[in-house]
Design a protein. Structure first.
Length: 158
C-alpha cells in the first residue's frame, strides 16, 4: 500500500511524521549527497536505495570500488533499522562480492531488518545491478542510540 511519494521516495506504510524526518536525514546527509545515493522505497523494516556508478567511484580497472558498494550496503541496512524509528550506529558489517559493476551502471540496494532488539538491530542487504544480477550480499549489526523522531529534528536544525 503506497501512502505517499515525496522527492522520488515512496512511503509504503511508515507514519507520515517519521517518513518526513527520515527523508530529510537522507537529503541532508553529506555522505549520501556526495555518493548520489537516493532513497526509492521505504516501509517498516525495509528500504530500497539506488546509486549510479560514476567515474569518480571507480577503481583502477574501471569498475565500482568495493568501498562504494559497502557504503551503499551500510546505508541501506542502517535505514532499514531507522525506518523502525531508531537512530543507529554501525557496530559491524560483512560483505561478500559476487560480480563487478561497470562505470555508468546503476546499483540497487534492497535491505531488511532481520532482528530488532533493545540493544542491537541486525539487517541484511542485497546489492543488484540494473539486470537484477546479485552483485553483493551484506549483513550488519547496529546499536540503537535513540529514537529518530526525538533526535532527528535536533540534528537537522544544526
Amino acid at each position: 500500500m503506497v501512502l505517499a511519494m515525496e522527492e522520488g521516495a515512496i512511503n509504503q506504510g511508515l507514519d507520515e511524521g517519521l517518513f518526513k524526518v527520515l527523508l530529510r536525514t537522507v537529503q541532508e546527509m553529506p555522505a549520501l549527497k556526495n555518493l548520489n545515493i537516493s532513497l526509492k522505497r521505504i516501509s517498516p523494516g525495509r528500504v530500497v536505495f539506488e546509486m549510479d556508478i560514476g567515474p569518480g567511484y571507480s577503481n583502477t580497472i574501471g569498475t565500482a570500488h568495493g568501498g562504494v558498494i559497502a557504503s551503499l550496503a551500510d546505508t541501506a541496512m542502517g535505514y532499514a533499522g531507522i525506518s523502525l524509528d531508531q537512530m543507529l550506529v554501525t557496530l559491524e558489517m560483512n560483505l561478500n562480492y559476487f560480480a563487478t559493476v561497470k562505470v555508468g551502471e546503476r546499483v540497487i540496494a534492497e535491505a531488511e531488518v532481520i532482528y530488532a532488539g533493545k540493544k542491537t538491530v541486525v539487517a541484511e542487504a542485497g546489492i543488484y545491478d540494473s539486470r537484477r544480477r546479485l552483485v553483493a550480499k551484506s549483513r550488519g549489526t547496529y546499536s540503537p542510540v535513540g529514537r529518530l523522531t526525538e533526535i532527528g529534528p535536533g540534528l537537522l536544525s544544526r
